[in-house]
Design a protein around this ligand. Structure first.
Ligand code: ADP
Ligand code: MG
Length: 365
């Protein structure tokens, strides 16, 4: 059997900022804004966030492809600046595969080992990757990139990233260019590789499900700063603020904006939902409740079903219920019979209610 690779590296990102000067803007764009982060040796972390939130810039700073304007990145206790490139042992995979057009797959995969005059190890590497992923690569080895499908290109790029001395693996939206069906397969193959190679890994993605399945902790970014760090479940159940709550979890939260009067949060529809923290009179408060915590009852908040959307693979139906200007989603089991136009009554389960400051966005309770 193959030996496990056991070398790996703790990564520290210490107050790192990076800005870009853009001629059309009067001040520089702060792509990464004072980020501090520890990644344990052998840990898998996902950097998640919307487009433009600074994910790629942060990954490139971690890789040493960009240098920070302030702060520093450390591998173990050594500043990345002091580590020679050929000592960093980083495998990288990009969204666009980054294959050299006139190289066959064999040459691409063997690139790093050939540099170190260890070509002899290439066949064993190809066998190992094939064995772990369950996908044979032999028939691809003689092909040029233009003779490979998108999924095959990414397999070659991933095999290249693993075929070297490896301490850190970095991925930037590796599956973004693949169609949905292949993305799921590719994710599973990568999961198997990560299980077998004990390396520190950082994966950038805007897909929360990909982040959840390929990492132990998620770093959620917005506008260059960290909104929350933690396991997916933690972000899902204990969001620090409105942004995290609205980004994490499918289907999305229902949000209702109200105001606190006489110590009670009020919304014309939801009656006297009590707010178990003391906030100042007049504070604008947003209540969030997930569609799974709304149920249909015989007497409750009335509304009319305006859309019914089945999600067969997830085994649920989402019904949108409307009452005046307010509407919300109810999650029902897939065998529930409900039709558009039906009059229903809803109840919001108290255990599922979250309170946020509407303007400052932080969680109140
Ligand atoms: P993400 O990967 O989350 O989509 P990026 O890290 O690529 O975000 O970009 C963060 C911000 O920095 C964006 O507003 C982007 O337009 C800007 N940016 C990224 N790279 C450059 C660059 N080389 N020059 C100027 N602006 C850039
Ligand atoms: Mg990006």
């Amino acid at each position: 059997m193959f030996q496990k690779v056991t070398r790996m590296t703790r990564i520290t990102v210490d107050h790192v900022s990076k800005e870009y000067k853009i001629s059309s803007l009067d001040k520089p764009l702060l792509a990464v804004d004072d980020i501090t982060l520890q990644i344990k040796s052998g840990e898998g972390v996902a950097i998640l966030g919307p487009s433009g939130s600074g994910k790629t810039t942060l990954l490139r700073l971690i890789a040493g492809l960009e240098s920070p304007d302030s702060g520093a990145v450390y591998y173990e206790d050594r500043s990345l600046r002091e580590i020679a490139e050929n000592e960093r042992n980083i495998g990288m995979v990009f969204q666009d595969y980054a294959l050299i057009p006139h190289w066959e797959a064999q040459r691409t995969i063997g690139f790093f080992l050939r540099l170190r005059r260890r070509e002899g190890e290439v066949p064993a590497h190809v066998r190992r990757v094939s064995h772990i992923t369950g996908v044979g690569l032999d028939h691809l080895l003689g092909r040029f990139p233009k003779q490979l499908s998108g999924g095959e290109k990414q397999r070659v790029a991933i095999a290249r990233a693993f075929a070297r001395d490896l301490n850190i693996l970095l991925f930037d939206e590796p599956f973004a260019n693949l169609d949905a069906k292949f993305r799921a397969t590719a994710r599973l193959e990568l999961r198997r590789l990560l299980n077998e190679f004990s390396v520190t890994s950082v994966i950038v993605t805007h897909d929360q499900h990909e982040a959840a399945s390929l990492s132990e902790r998620i770093v959620l970014l917005r506008d260059g700063h960290i909104e929350q760090i933690g396991p997916y479940e933690h972000l899902l159940q204990d969001p620090d603020n409105l942004f995290v709550a609205s980004f994490i979890g499918t289907p999305q939260f229902n949000f209702f904006q109200g105001v606190v009067r006489d110590g009670q949060w009020r919304h014309p529809l939801l009656g006297n939902v009590s707010l178990p923290v003391r906030v100042a009179e007049g504070t604008p408060v947003t209540v969030g409740i997930r569609p799974e915590h709304v149920c249909l009852v015989s007497e409750g908040i009335p509304g009319k079903v305006t859309t019914v959307t089945p999600y067969f693979t997830e085994r649920y139906i989402l019904a949108e219920v409307t009452n005046g200007a307010a509407s919300w989603q109810v999650q029902l089991s897939v065998d529930h019979h409900i039709e558009r136009g039906e009059q229903v009554h809803c109840r919001f389960l108290e255990d599922g209610i979250y309170f946020f400051h509407t303007q400052k966005e932080y969680r109140l309770a």
